[in-house]
Write a protein that binds this ligand. Structure first.
Ligand SMILES: Cc1cc2nc3c(=O)[nH]c(=O)nc-3n(C[C@H](O)[C@H](O)[C@H](O)COP(=O)(O)O)c2cc1C
Length: 315
C-alpha cells in the first residue's frame, strides 16, 4: 500500500483473493470480449487490470456461426459468435508464450465442449501450458450426447462435467454458470459439491430480436445471448442467490460498466467481477474502471475493497 504525498492518506487496497489466486484488483476482462488478451495490448495496459479470461477454447479450432452474429439492443447486445476459436493446442503454441511475458496480470483459460470428453481432452492439452492461473468452465453449451440440453441447465449434467474437469486438473477450477436455469442457487451448489473452487456468473441470457420490416431474425442463428446493462439487475440478483447458497467465492458479472456497479456486485456477495460488453463500447473500459474504483474507494473512505463482499444491508 502506498501513501499519497499530497494527502499523506494511504491509497485504498483493491486486492482480492479467490481460489488461492491473488489479484491486485477485482477487475477481470470477461471471456469472448477480450480476445486472447494480446489483441488488447495496444489499447489497455494489461498489467493494470486484475486479470483476463481468454476466449472460450475447445480441443479443435472452430469457425463459429455465420453472420450477422452481433446486434445492439436497448442497453444491451445480442451475440451468437458460436464460440469461434483457434483451439487449445494453437493457444498453447501461439498465444501463451506471449501471455507469459505480461507480468502481474492473471490469465484464466475458458474451456468449453459438447461432450464430457471434449472438456477432458481440452483440459489435458491446456495442462501442458505454463502460465494459466485457472480454468473457467463454460457450461452454457449444448450437451450433444444428451439431446442438446445445456450442461449448465441440468444439475446432473453439470455435476458430471465439473467432476470430470476436477479429475483432470489440479489447477483452480471456476465454473461459469448459465443464467438460463430455474434455480441458480441449486446450480452453484452442485458446482461446489462437484469440486469447483469458485463459480462465476452470469453467462448470457438466451434471447432474440426480429426485424419487423423483413420479418427475419436479426441474428443468423435466430437465438443469441443477451449481455450488457440490460441484464444487470437480474445478474445481480443471481449473484446474491448463488453467494447465499455456497461457501466458495463467487465472481460476478452481467452489465457492469461503472465502479458503482462493481460495488453493487460485491455487496451482493461477489469477491471479484468480470467486465464483458463494456469493452465493446469502449475498448479501454476495463482499465478505466480500475481508476474509477480507486477514486470511489478514496471518496467513500474504504481502505480495503475486499471488506465490501457480502456487505448488503437489509433492515
Ligand atoms: C461477443 C461475446 C462473446 C462471448 N464469448 C464467450 C465465451 O467464449 N465464453 C464464455 O464463457 N462467455 C462468453 N461470453 C459471455 C461473457 O463472458 C459474459 O458472461 C456476458 O457477456 C455477461 O457480461 P457482460 O454483460 O459484462 O458482457 C461472451 C459475450 C459476448 C458479448
Amino acid at each position: 500500500m502506498t501513501a499519497s504525498p499530497a494527502t499523506g492518506r494511504r491509497a485504498p487496497d483493491l486486492a482480492v483473493t479467490f481460489a488461492g489466486i491473488e489479484l491486485k484488483n477485482p477487475v477481470i476482462a470477461a471471456s469472448g470480449t477480450f480476445g486472447y488478451g494480446i489483441e488488447f495490448e495496444d489499447v489497455v495496459h494489461l498489467n493494470k487490470i486484475g486479470g483476463f479470461v481468454v476466449k472460450g477454447l475447445s480441443k479443435e479450432p472452430m469457425a463459429g456461426n455465420p453472420p450477422p452474429r452481433l446486434y445492439e439492443t436497448a442497453a444491451g447486445m445480442l451475440n451468437a459468435i458460436g464460440l469461434q476459436n483457434i483451439g487449445a493446442r494453437a493457444f498453447i503454441d501461439e498465444k501463451l508464450p506471449r501471455l507469459r511475458e505480461i507480468k502481474d496480470t492473471v490469465v484464466i483459460a475458458n474451456v468449453f465442449g459438447y461432450t464430457r470428453e471434449d472438456y477432458e481432452l481440452t483440459i489435458e492439452i491446456l495442462n501442458e501450458g505454463e502460465g494459466i492461473a485457472a480454468y473457467e468452465l463454460n457450461v452454457s453449451c449444448p450437451n450433444t450426447a444428451a439431446g442438446g440440453m445445456q450442461f449448465g441447465s441440468d444439475p446432473r449434467a453439470l455435476d458430471e462435467v465439473v467432476t470430470t474437469a476436477r479429475h483432470y486438473t489440479k489447477r483452480p477450477l471456476i465454473v461459469k454458470l448459465s443464467p438460463n436455469v430455474t434455480s441458480i442457487a441449486q446450480m452453484a451448489y452442485v458446482a461446489q459439491e462437484a469440486g469447483a473452487d469458485a463459480v462465476s456468473l452470469v453467462n448470457t441470457f438466451v434471447a432474440m430480436a426480429i426485424d419487423s420490416e423483413t420479418r427475419k431474425p436479426r441474428i443468423a442463428n435466430v437465438t443469441a445471448g443477451l449481455s450488457g446493462p440490460a441484464i444487470k439487475p437480474i445478474a445481480l440478483r443471481m449473484v446474491y442467490d448463488a453467494a447465499k447458497a455456497v461457501k466458495i467465492p463467487v465472481i460476478g458479472m452481467g452489465g457492469i460498466s461503472t465502479a458503482a456497479d462493481i460495488v453493487e456486485f460485491m455487496l451482493a456477495g461477489a469477491t471479484a467481477v468480470q467486465i464483458g460488453t463494456a469493452s465493446y463500447w469502449d475498448p479501454r473500459a476495463t482499465e478505466k474502471i480500475v481508476d474509477e474504483l480507486q477514486d470511489w474507494c478514496a471518496e467513500h473512505r474504504i481502505e480495503r475493497l475486499a471488506s465490501l463482499t457480502g456487505g448488503l444491508v437489509i433492515e
